[in-house]
Design a protein around this ligand. Structure first.
Ligand SMILES: Cc1cc2nc3c(=O)[nH]c(=O)nc-3n(C[C@H](O)[C@H](O)[C@H](O)COP(=O)(O)OP(=O)(O)OC[C@H]3O[C@@H](n4cnc5c(N)ncnc54)[C@H](O)[C@@H]3O)c2cc1C
Length: 386
């Protein structure tokens, strides 16, 4: 009997799992692989902030699914609207349905607003290519209206990976065009890159300040309106462009799913199985129970999990035991415009460092991902822009 395995999402988790699943099935004729996503390309999201500086980078971070999947995998472009584990049916935005025997949920996350008044209505986000292009256009338009005496004020809310890297790219845009722009990075918690190593936080703070980015920490946003952001403590800040990157939550389409979830992020065990035996989840969509060593919602973790998830989907179809996954941090690489900071890289005795080696490592990770998903040629073309 032919079994149908469906993978939802074309991010690191989904694209990586498709590659791994195809490898482990090795052309088995008794399994149909169906890949569903709302875009017909994989976005290299962890480098998508480069598009803010230069929209031409779009061609480097947009990898068509046809260049990733094997011809036998069927791709359906559509937005997932719901998943019914009883009927084993996925419903799509256009009203059509897709049936499955096993499904991997890899739909990523969406921006969280924590109920702060005005935040969703007045801010731009960074979760898609359209978002990066909208920020580019917003910054460009604001700079056009501004003068050296009255510069455009761009505020980035949230100093995590996306906020820091977004602020860095806006600084790169400003400096390469000599544009009258003032950049503010605002964070509710005590330090930039909250929850991370203090040496790394200090190195990032230094580079952000070196790029003339104003930093405010330990002061949560309490409200935003069409022109001003209000804080718990500090003075209100008028803005021309407001980008909010301060948190993630699960996808709305998983709200009614009948398996355990936490704010629509699906709970799984270390084999990625949910409370339903036929439903698996990885990446930002999932909270994977790894005990003392939880995986962060990063591309790095999704990439690692995807390799094991593809193998486990192939094993489950064959009735074989599943592998458990352990997250292994390969270090942290964060760009601030054209520079980068590296931390905790295995095999390198210095804890935190910048300079050309950090930049090379950051480029190398993106290039390796693009080469693994598509071709070395495509990775080489992307190299200058990473
Ligand atoms: C600007 C920025 C910089 C970052 N930098 C880093 C970094 O340096 N290092 C790092 O490790 N991580 C970084 N991250 C985090 C990283 O990008 C995410 O953790 C990672 O993308 C998660 O992978 P994923 O596959 O779970 O989700 P995603 O990559 O978000 O993929 C989700 C997929 O599901 C599709 N989809 C979503 N909803 C639906 C729907 N309803 N129906 C159908 N398809 C749908 C999407 O189109 C997409 O293909 C960064 C994130 C951002 C935004």
């Amino acid at each position: 009997m032919t079994e149908t395995v469906v993978v939802l999402g074309a991010g690191y988790a989904g694209a990586g799992a498709i590659k791994s699943l195809e490898d482990h099935l090795d052309g088995s004729a008794d399994v149909d692989v169906v890949w569903v996503s709302d875009r017909d390309y994989h976005l290299v999201l962890h480098e998508s902030h480069r598009v803010i500086r230069n929209p031409d980078v779009e061609r480097n971070v947009r990898l068509p699914v046809e260049a990733i999947k094997s011809p036998s995998t069927r791709f359906i472009e559509g937005g997932v609207a719901g998943l019914d584990p009883d009927s084993r049916e996925i419903s799509l935005d256009d009203g059509s349905t897709v049936n499955y025997d096993y499904v991997l949920v890899a739909l990523g996350s969406r921006t969280a607003y924590y109920g702060i008044p005005g935040l969703e209505e007045f801010s731009l986000t960074l979760k898609s290519l359209e978002d990066s292009l909208a920020i580019h256009e917003g910054v460009k338009a604001a700079a056009r209206e501004a003068t050296d005496e009255d510069p455009a004020r761009i505020v980035v809310g949230g100093a995590g990976l996306s906020g820091i890297q977004t602020a860095g790219e806006i600084a790169e845009f400003r400096d390469s065009r000599h544009a009258p722009i003032e950049i503010h990075l605002v964070e509710a918690l005590e330090e930039v890159f909250p929850g991370n190593d203090p040496e790394l936080q200090g190195a990032l703070r230094k580079r952000l300040l070196d790029r003339d980015i104003h930093i405010s920490t330990a002061d949560p946003i309490t409200e935003a309106d069409e022109s001003t952001i209000y804080f718990d403590d500090g003075n209100p800040l008028d803005y021309d462009v407001f980008v909010w990157t301060g948190g993630i939550t699960g996808r709305e389409c998983l709200t009614d799913a009948a398996f355990e979830n936490n704010h629509n992020r699906v709970n799984t065990d270390a084999t990625f199985r949910t409370s339903d035996d036929r439903v698996f989840a990885i990446g930002d969509s999932a909270i994977i129970d790894l005990g003392e060593n939880p995986a962060p919602p990063t591309a790095q973790a999704a990439w690692q999990a995807a390799e094991v998830a593809g193998k486990n989907l192939a094993r489950t179809v064959r009735g074989q035991p599943l592998e458990t996954w352990d997250y292994e941090s390969k270090g942290t690489l964060v760009s601030v415009g054209g520079t980068a900071v590296a931390h905790g890289i295995p095999g390198i005795p210095i804890g935190t460092f910048g300079g050309p080696i950090a930049k090379l490592l950051k480029k190398g990770v993106a290039a390796r991902w693009i080469a693994d998903m598509t071709t070395v040629r495509r990775a080489a073309r992307a190299w200058p822009n990473m």
